[in-house]
Design a protein around this ligand. Sequence first.
Ligand code: SF4
Length: 389
Amino acid sequence: MSGYSPDFKDVPKTIAARFKPVGKGPFHDVPDAQWYDWKWQLQHRITDIAELGRYINLSPEEIAGHEAGRDVFKIGITPYYVALMDRDDPLCPVRMQATPHPQEMISHPSDMEDPLAEDRDMPVKGLTHRYPDRVLFYMTQDCAMFCRHCTRKRKVANPHTAADDAQVQGCIDYIRRTPSVRDVIVSGGDALAVSDDRLEKILAQIRDIPHVEIIRIATRTPCTMPMRITDELVAMLKKYHPIFLNTHFNHPKEATAEAFAALRKIAGAGIPIGNQMVLLKGINDDAETVMKLNHAMLMMQVKPYYIYQCDPTFGNYHFRTPVSKGIEIIKSLRGFTSGLAVPYYVIDAPGGGGKVPILPEYVKSWENGVIVVRNFRGDEYTYIEPNQD
Ligand code: SF4
């Protein structure tokens, strides 16, 4: 039996009542010992449209999307995430992130294969070093689920791009000989798509490098396969503190009792968690949905960290929203809810420019030390700067 259980016994009733268990849905015959075992979930990922059609009523678009794009970007969905889907509604926000659509095959002039130029800024294979003091370390290109909006579609779900031992060693050697690196983001794909042993071997080597201060784990598994967060995993991670974890929830429907149990385990190990939502048309491009998601994240001990403008990756044009939509959402959060629930809205500048925060205009004028600002209600106030003579 894996060390995961959807255990809520220490959660105050008033909070627990907000989070509903997904249960097993169409997989009701699967015994608990298998359902709550992440390896079973990975091994039983749904990768075939006919199989998916046994669990949900597929729409003509989903079938056509699979026919058109089967050789470009595969299907890969955990049974848990399938159980979270609305069986009949193809516009279910969970389903839209996981099932194919013919629009994925329509290219647009703004599309890029590697929009963040991650492959360009690679001093060694498998590691991006763009910002002065931090690196992105790809340890696998596998994920529990293959998200249709993924920026790294060019690599994810392709087993031939997984990091082998020589590649991993090359990355660790680079970090060791580069003293400016104080922050290592272990990513993928999904950093938790590999075994605890493999992950630990890498973390132990990174933690042994004197100039590395913090390690961040990038994983969507608390959302798509929460049973990955076992007692054994968090006991291992704790040995390599300070560890932070970034995850990726896009819709309040994903904030389930199972996800809560996973996140509580991580937070209980002293690992701060941030959520990186992607702004997606038809899924979360309205302020009410984002507000609900962010409130749920906070109750699950997760800080909403970023809202990403959807990157211009081939195959996700239909998910992209105008930037004005992101600004409107931030405007509807700031001041109207706790600052903790207001993430940064960023464009990851295409071509490798890095994350650029996009803010609503709160400064009306600024002249001769007199700043006129607008608050969240649009009321104007004046601030006089100190005299610097
Ligand atoms: S989990 Fe992340 S890297 Fe993997 S497919 Fe989804 S968005 Fe892409």
